[in-house]
Design a binder for this molecule. Structure first.
Ligand code: NIG
Ligand code: FE
Length: 410
């Protein structure tokens, strides 16, 4: 057992948890000054609250002094494409000079460009680059990280990439919890006649193959005009459900394709992007447990209008924020920076922002036992060496995070 004591400020998110992460007011941060947390040997939370109210049975528990720390539930980046070869810096310059993301993609750039670089990279190089990226992401305070495959788009290499993400999961166990998402349905390589042809030849048979290894946590698909349609999406989701694998979807990014409604219909963990989602989609999301994941970094990076977060929040949706870190549409790996900059533009209050990167982001990965520092939840924290919680979001791009393993000897 362990007593984290004298915590300068502790955001438990108890209020947010009680409201299932929906319709939050600032008080739902449930901020406590001079707080204590008791953690058991299995790393579950036994008690949290004001130091002055610590039950006497915990008084002699070995303690760690946290008087320099602000502690929050662990930050979760629930949408990233961290494994990729090369970069697309030149495309970014082309876009600054007036080119359009979708036109570049049609001309063979975009995802297919990264596909070529990923296919020509060797696995050791991809692993080494991914390790460096994960270390950097962890240094900002992220303790749970979703990583999608989807830049090989070839049966054998795509399989190796999912296995590589599994190897990353093993490598970072105890430090960063990694969630392995299968996104072979990311784009259709030019050698296939149609998305259906590619689904039948690569995506579906490979899912069968990988599901035998038990290493896929969720499937994902880019449901968008010119990529994958409703039939492709239903095919993938129906099989994922039979296999007991979670469902996520890139939905309504460039057009309103009814992606949010489709996600709800299939009981998806989350639907992500949502730049063009209709009122009908928002209403359906608000009545479901599917998390609405907004990716403001991508809208910034593409120079597009941000998602209308308030419509989702006011309707009662469970909203998460994620980075979408990838080489093409958001080459920024820092979710706290993105959230800090986006918060005011998305008109989110402080509890909505923190909940979106902790409690609701955990739910977007089906992890409902973390994201609030209350009895019965997992002891997963982010730790910041600063004076107040407010300073973290206020100080755009400044990194106050310190490793919880080091700071709390967990
Ligand atoms: O989430 N929208 C689809 N996929 C990625 C972009 C990938 C890329 O451009 O390399 C996204 O934005
Ligand atoms: Fe994405």
């Amino acid at each position: 057992m362990k007593h984290l004591k004298n915590i300068k400020e502790l955001a438990t998110l108890k209020g947010a948890h009680e409201k299932d992460g929906r319709r939050l007011s600032p008080e739902d941060l449930s901020l406590i000054k001079d707080a204590s947390v008791i953690v058991d040997t299995d790393e579950n939370i036994l008690w949290s609250g004001k130091a002055s109210e610590l039950p006497s049975k915990f008084k002699d528990t070995p303690s760690v002094d946290c008087s320099n720390f602000v502690i929050t539930p662990e930050i979760v980046d629930s949408h990233t494409h961290t494994v990729f070869g090369g970069n697309r810096a030149f495309e970014y310059s082309m876009r600054l000079n007036g080119a359009d993301y979708q036109d570049i993609a049609k001309a063979g750039g975009g995802i297919l460009n990264t596909m070529e670089k990923t296919l020509s990279a060797d696995l050791d190089e991809l692993f080494k680059d991914a390790c460096e990226r994960i270390e950097r992401i962890h240094s900002y305070g992220v303790g749970t990280l979703e990583i999608k495959s989807g830049y090989a788009l070839d049966y054998n290499k795509e399989k190796e990439i999912t296995q590589l993400i599994h190897k990353l999961k093993e490598r970072f166990r105890g430090k960063v919890q990694i969630f392995n998402t299968y996104l072979a349905a990311h784009a259709v390589p030019k050698s296939f006649q149609s998305s259906k042809d590619y689904m039948d030849t690569v995506v579906m048979p490979l899912l069968e193959d990988l599901s035998k290894e038990g290493i896929v946590d969720a499937v994902d698909i880019f449901h968008e005009q010119g990529y994958f349609d409703e039939q492709d999406t239903a095919l993938l989701f129906d099989r994922a459900k039979e296999l007991g694998i979670g469902i996520k979807v890139h939905a309504d990014e460039f057009n309103d394709n009814g992606g949010a409604a489709l996600a709800c219909q299939h009981g998806a963990l989350s639907c992500d992007h949502l730049l063009q989602t209709s009122k009908d989609g928002i209403d359906k999301l608000s009545r479901s447990s599917t998390v609405a994941t907004i990716l403001p970094g991508t809208a910034f990076f593409l120079g597009k209008k941000l998602a209308n977060a308030r419509s989702f929040l006011d309707a009662g949706c469970k909203v998460a924020l994620a980075s979408d870190y990838n080489p093409g549409s958001c080459h920024c790996d820092n979710l706290l920076l993105i959230s800090s900059i986006a918060g005011k533009n998305l008109e989110m209050n402080i509890a909505e922002i923190w909940s979106a990167i902790t409690l609701n982001a955990s739910a977007a990965l089906g992890m409902n036992d973390q994201g609030a520092i209350i009895e019965g939840m997992k002891a997963r924290f982010s730790v910041f060496e600063t004076n107040s919680l407010d300073e973290i979001i206020y100080s755009w791009g400044r990194n106050f995070s310190i490793s919880p393993q080091k700071a709390l000897s967990l």
